[in-house]
Design a protein around this ligand. Structure first.
Ligand SMILES: [Zn+2]
Length: 105
């Protein structure tokens, strides 16, 4: 059984053969995956998976969480709710969460 520190999914197993022809398993930390939109799960543009904090996010509203298309949709829905043209219950479950965040401000 591998050590608890090697049971994580963020650790990759690599099979190696030693000079004495023994099969051994080495462990390597997997590189971080590309961030995705929380609503449509598309890859986020302009964001790197690694690097400093400013490379992993952008300063836009919901930057690093939602893609540009979903953000504009949330802003539209938020203004409709604030104007009273639409009710919160008419909005889908995934989008409602972000509309509530937007309206609270
Ligand atoms: Zn999206």
């Amino acid at each position: 059984m591998p050590k608890p520190m090697h049971r994580s999914h963020s650790v990759k197993k690599v099979n190696r053969i030693t000079s004495k022809k023994r099969n051994v398993v080495h462990y390597r930390r997997a590189s971080p995956s590309q961030p995705h939109c929380a609503i449509c799960s598309a890859e986020l543009n302009g964001i790197s998976a690694s690097g400093g904090k400013s490379r992993r996010s952008n300063s836009r509203l919901f930057g690093g969480v939602l893609c540009a298309g979903c953000t504009s949709e949330i802003i539209t829905l938020g203004s409709r709710v604030e104007q009273g043209d639409m009710k919160l219950n008419d909005i889908g479950m995934k989008q409602r969460r972000y509309v509530l965040q937007l309206v609270a401000h």
